[in-house]
Design a protein around this ligand. Structure first.
Ligand code: SF4
Length: 655
């Protein structure tokens, strides 16, 4: 090897290992540059936090893994590779890691530690059984099927169940963060998460997700149960949402009913079996909890609108909540003898009924605390509070301390955070502010595509404001015309479910040669699969589809976005942020976030060097609001502007 040659050249450069061994390999300079930068950060004699933005198409995964493996394996160091979604995790396990293993000739072991919600919680599943094979509109067939499967499964992976992914039994039995009893769980020897963690102790590379990671580092002992030396955070723009969701506090009527009916309640009661009178009192207290709880959640439904921020304590609800908690407290006092049993003699975790009763007591106590937390509204605006269906929810407004502590506290020697969209106007400031992470090195890569030749941007001023009469119909007409003009093959991203429904109905009700798919009419993966295979089809979805849609080629040649994707102003977390930071929140958070969302949406269009297409944004403010500087975050391609006047479209100018 030439002494000036970088160690990564041997792998990625022309005539390198990749080109020699894989026919389909295409040399990409940005991939080599990224791998070199990462290797150089590994070579520094200090702990490093390397942060990079790497656009779609550069072959980022290999550029991350090759230097990491080359550095870690000879020193017997372990890599923890985190992503946000299961698709990327499965691709790593099925394709990328086996390919690199073969190419580099390393004896590397690896495996996937899925997010908790992918595993069945044995305790919850057995509780469901205890409730008598509940019917989910199927006369209990799914419950019986689950129970049979539970006896046979080796992994506890819920995807083994042949049921639609949105079948209501899944949320009832999936493992959770809150409510997991950990070492106190009487079923911990059978727990599939514990088994998966045990297996992971033998892997050189663990692939997992942010939820799983934050669930450990932010709760309980604050350490991830498997040691690691290199932490790779892919899709790093999604860290904050994961940390926020792990920190959220939630109580619902459904939770309360489940707790009161659970096997733990009956087991706890059985400890008073020689004191019939006390058993009766306990039962009365628990039925008071149920009765007062029912009143509380009924009152919640009529006094607080769904999804609306609760900035101050509602005194009536708070009083009702205190009543529920006081009955819980009385019931728990009666059960103190169970806890005292454990103080008198060493706690025997193998005593199943005792562990179950203790675990139930802990869960009931947690419910009571969470209820008080949500009803007291004592930490607004640092925390946001709202109602969501039959539940009360509270989430932290800012997560930077939680994210930075979670990522940095594990003392990994080398940390890499990377994503296709992390910068705003080329700067990582927004990401740094939101995550609280200060990188030691940063790097921004250019897109490997010739965007100027491959894509066009059209800005259409609809001539009406969202609140004006006729706006929705105008969106429908313009979207229809654009889709017809393009012969389908379009992804339509809309800012509200109201518009998704309207535009979906409009297009489905009109004559055209392409099929129209609308969000929620099928499970997301199936919808995406159909959209991908039906080349002329049109997919209509909310902005949540700005990520995870990967359709290279003819199947996607047009992306239509109805407006600049500002977070919804009534979103409780957004409102809390406004309250916390005042007017500057727009510039420091809301606008940068909208720019990131917009870039993610635009990123759906060009997925390979041969792709061609256009992005149409139905929002004249892209150009008119020069003070927002949105163009600085758009690809450097000419933008054509059109204005809609009544139902005709006038071409104005190219800017
Ligand atoms: S430890 Fe127990 S409660 Fe926690 S996921 Fe496992 S089975 Fe469920």
């Amino acid at each position: 090897m030439n002494s000036n040659m970088h160690p990564m050249d041997k792998i990625f450069a022309p005539s390198g290992l990749f080109e020699k061994n894989f026919e389909d390999y295409e040399y990409r300079e940005p991939q080599l540059l990224l791998a070199q930068k990462i290797w150089d950060s590994f070579m520094q004699q200090r702990n490093t936090v390397f942060v990079a933005e790497a656009p779609t198409g550069i072959g980022k995964t290999f550029a991350l893994l090759a230097p990491a493996l080359k550095w870690a394996l000879p020193q017997e160091k372990r890599i923890l590779f985190l992503t946000a979604g299961i698709t990327l995790q499965e691709q790593l396990i099925r394709k990328d890691l086996p390919r690199l293993k073969e190419l580099l000739g390393y004896d590397v072991s690896f495996g996937l530690l899925k997010g908790r919600g992918n595993y069945v919680c044995v305790r919850r599943a057995l509780e469901l059984e205890h409730e008598g094979f509940l019917s989910f509109g199927d006369s209990g067939a799914a419950s019986i099927y689950l129970s049979e499967w539970l006896k046979k499964t080796q992994t506890g992976d819920l995807s083994e169940l042949k049921l639609p992914s949105d079948f209501p039994i899944f949320p009832r039995v999936a493992a959770q963060v809150r409510g997991c009893l950990g070492h106190r769980c009487p079923y911990r020897d059978r727990c599939f998460i514990q088994k998966a963690l045990k297996k992971a102790q033998n892997w050189d590379v663990i692939v997992s997700n942010y939820h799983m990671y934050f669930a450990y580092v932010m709760n309980g002992k604050g350490t991830f149960p498997v040691d690691f030396d290199v932490l790779i955070c892919d899709e790093a723009h999604r860290m904050v949402d994961a940390a926020r969701s792990i920190s959220s506090v939630r109580v619902s009527w459904e939770d309360l009913v489940r707790l009161l009916r659970s096997k733990g309640a009956a087991t706890a009661e059985s400890f008073l079996s020689n004191r019939e009178e006390e058993q009766g009192v306990l039962r009365d207290e628990l039925s008071s909890v149920q009765e007062e709880g029912r009143k509380l959640f009924e009152l919640l439904e009529v006094s607080i609108a769904d999804g609306v921020l609760i900035p101050v304590r509602n005194e009536e609800l708070y009083r009702c909540g205190l009543l529920v908690s006081s009955h819980i407290e009385t019931a728990l006092k009666m059960l103190r003898s169970i806890e005292e049993l454990c103080n008198e003699k060493p706690y025997d975790v193998d005593d199943g009924p005792l562990a179950l009763a203790l675990a139930w007591i802990e869960e009931v106590r947690l419910f009571s605390h969470s209820l008080q937390w949500c009803l007291a509204v004592g930490h607004f605006p640092e925390w946001a509070y709202w109602r969501e269906g039959d539940a009360l929810v509270s989430e932290p407004t800012l997560c930077s301390d939680k994210v930075s502590e979670g990522i940095l506290s594990q003392k990994a020697e080398k940390i890499i955070a990377i994503s296709a969209t992390m910068t705003v106007e080329g700067s990582f400031d927004f990401w740094k502010r939101e995550t609280g992470i200060i990188p030691t090195d940063t790097y921004v890569l250019e897109s490997p595509f010739d965007l100027e030749k491959q894509m066009k941007i059209l800005v259409v001023d609809l001539g009406l404001k969202v609140i004006e009469k006729g706006y929705d119909e105008r969106v429908c007409r313009v979207v229809e015309r654009l889709c017809n003009d393009n012969g389908g093959s379009s992804l339509v991203l809309l800012s509200s479910m109201r518009l998704v429904k309207k535009v979906g109905n409009w297009l489905k009700g009109s004559q055209h040669p392409y099929t129209v798919y609308v969000q929620n009419e099928l499970p997301r993966t199936e919808l995406l699969e159909r959209f991908r295979s039906d080349l002329s089809s049109v997919l209509i979805g909310s902005v949540s589809f700005r990520e995870g849609v990967d359709v290279p080629g003819e199947g996607l040649t047009q992306v239509i976005i109805d407006r600049i994707p500002f977070p919804h102003p009534k979103d409780p977390v957004v409102q809390s942020r406004n309250e916390l930071e005042g007017r500057k929140a727009f510039v420091t958070v809301i606008l940068p976030q909208a720019k990131m969302f917009l870039r993610q949406a635009l990123g759906r269009l060009i997925r390979s060097k041969s792709d061609q297409g256009r992005v149409v944004i139905l929002d004249g403010r892209i150009i008119d609001r020069q003070d927002w500087r949105i163009r600085k975050d758009l690809p450097l391609v000419p933008i054509q502007r059109f204005t809609v006047k009544s139902n005709s479209v006038a071409h104005e100018k190219t800017v």
